[in-house]
Design a binder for this molecule. Structure first.
Ligand code: PHE
Length: 454
């Protein structure tokens, strides 16, 4: 690699910088918008339980596998597979990751646009005074079915993402995350305390945290596992790419542990806000709907002094959390184009971003903007196919590759750099070789069977 190419690739300024960027990638709409919706649609507490198990047993394993692979190869996902096993079909997993990333970004940026739109709405006083669930639902419906507004904010999100990514890893990604992510955390804790002290909160907590095992089925398990991958940014090479910018002296195990832990904490806290607030407003936990967070958060802001200020701050921070995730999604195709095709970052970001925007059009029109796309719930469909199944398939192949093709021994050698002890080694080796791939295969096969037999 020559000097110019090296500088096009970039690297993290420090371990802390990497941690913030990876945490920024993981924490986003997945935690605050998608997790509560999934809980609501998939039986409540039983989903939460399976989700936590999926993160601890499988998510962490895959996260460490991706970071290790990335740091070893110092390359984008396609390049990383090619580097370790040249001229084999394994690089197809890298391509699958790039495609998945573009498709996830296409609907994710639409929802990020909602967050930005809601920032302006809250700031301008739309939710002032007493907000009822009917009002909140109607405000969302009006907003999301207006194609001009939705497209306007969607375009801003994509433009901003392209701009930050074209600036490169260090100047672009690092700067944002350092101050704003801790702020988001503090605000969320604060809101959770408020929600938990609302009258009637208990019923919501019981839906959220008291498992009803009669609701357990294979779809719940698949959605929980897929959501774990989605929320931790796994299965499509984001963590391979981010890992490729980590220094050899950093501890990959503690990094993977921290990212998994903090991401899960934020998701769980988001639920602690949503479900008590739903119960308080007289709605069941299982109301479902793709935009639960957007309908429920305004209700809690209307129940607290200074709600407009807190609400505005919340949507501003949600927007930032979403941007630190959109950039990690776009970084995957861009790293590929820069590494493998020798493109400049600018050109790569522009082209990949523009294509993503085009692909996102149906999703942007699927919340009332156009009847056809609304009917088939295009956004929801994309979220399941790419944000769930495709990530699970990617994660499966990443495990198989690291465990059997590259080999656990070599991976462990990479992990030892920066963590010479690696006490979790036997557990990780067991999970990456047997537990994680077996669990993913069983879940996928059961689901396919179920779909075929109806
Ligand atoms: N993890 C992000 C979130 O929860 C979304 C994401 C998925 C980002 C996959 C990168 C890769 O919001």
């Amino acid at each position: 690699m020559d000097g110019q190419q090296l500088s096009q690739r970039g690297a993290w300024g420090s371990k802390v910088a990497f941690i913030f960027a990876a945490t920024g990638s993981a924490i986003g709409l997945g935690n605050i918008w998608r997790f509560p919706t999934m809980v609501s649609q998939n039986g409540g507490a039983v989903f939460v339980l399976i989700y936590i198990l999926a993160v601890a047993l499988i998510g962490f394993t895959v996260m460490l596998a991706e970071l290790t692979l990335g740091r070893h190869a110092q390359k984008n996902p396609v390049g990383a597979f090619e580097y370790i096993k040249p001229h084999t079909p394994w690089k197809l997993i890298g391509y699958l990751g790039i495609l998945t990333g573009i498709f996830i970004l296409s609907f994710y940026a639409v929802v990020a646009g909602w967050a930005l739109g809601y920032f302006f709405k809250t700031a301008s006083g739309t939710f002032k005074g007493k907000v009822t669930p009917e009002m909140s639902n109607q405000i969302f419906t009006e907003f999301s079915s207006d194609p001009i507004q939705v497209f306007f904010f969607f375009a801003i999100i994509m433009g901003l993402t392209i701009f930050i990514i074209s600036k490169g890893v260090k100047k672009g990604i690092e700067k944002w995350t350092k101050i704003l992510m801790p702020m988001l955390f503090i605000l969320i804790v604060f809101l959770a305390v408020r929600a938990l002290t609302l009258p009637g909160a208990g019923q919501g907590i019981s839906f959220y945290l008291k498992p009803d095992f009669s609701k357990l089925n294979v779809a719940v398990v698949l959605f929980a596992l897929g959501q774990a991958f989605f929320s931790l940014s796994l299965g499509m090479g984001t963590m391979i790419t981010y890992g490729s910018y980590i220094s050899k002296s950093d501890n990959l195990v503690s990094s993977a542990g921290w990212v998994s832990f903090s991401d899960t904490l934020i998701a769980l806290l988001a639920g602690l806000i949503i479900f008590p607030t739903l119960a308080f407003s007289g709605q069941p936990g299982s109301v479902g709907g793709d935009a639960l967070a957007f309908k429920v958060f305004p209700l809690i802001f209307s129940e607290m002094p200074g709600g407009q200020i807190f609400g505005t701050l919340f949507f501003a921070l949600l927007f930032v959390a979403a941007i630190t995730s959109t950039i990690s999604l776009l970084e995957v195709p861009v790293a590929y184009l820069v590494d493998e095709r020798n493109w400049s970052r600018n050109k790569a970001a522009l082209l990949a971003g523009f294509i993503t925007f085009l692909i996102g059009i149906p999703a942007a029109l699927s919340t009332g903007g156009m009847e056809f796309f609304t009917k088939i719930n295009f956004l929801g469909l994309f979220a399941i196919i790419f944000g769930n199944i495709s990530l699970a398939v990617g994660a499966l192949f990443i495990c198989i590759f690291v465990a059997y093709i590259w080999g656990v021994k070599k991976a462990v050698k990479e992990i030892h750099s920066g963590n010479p002890r690696f006490n979790l080694r036997p557990l990780w080796a067991f999970s990456v070789k047997f537990l994680s791939p077996a669990a993913i295969i069983i879940i996928l096969i059961t689901l396919i069977k179920k779909i075929i037999t109806g």
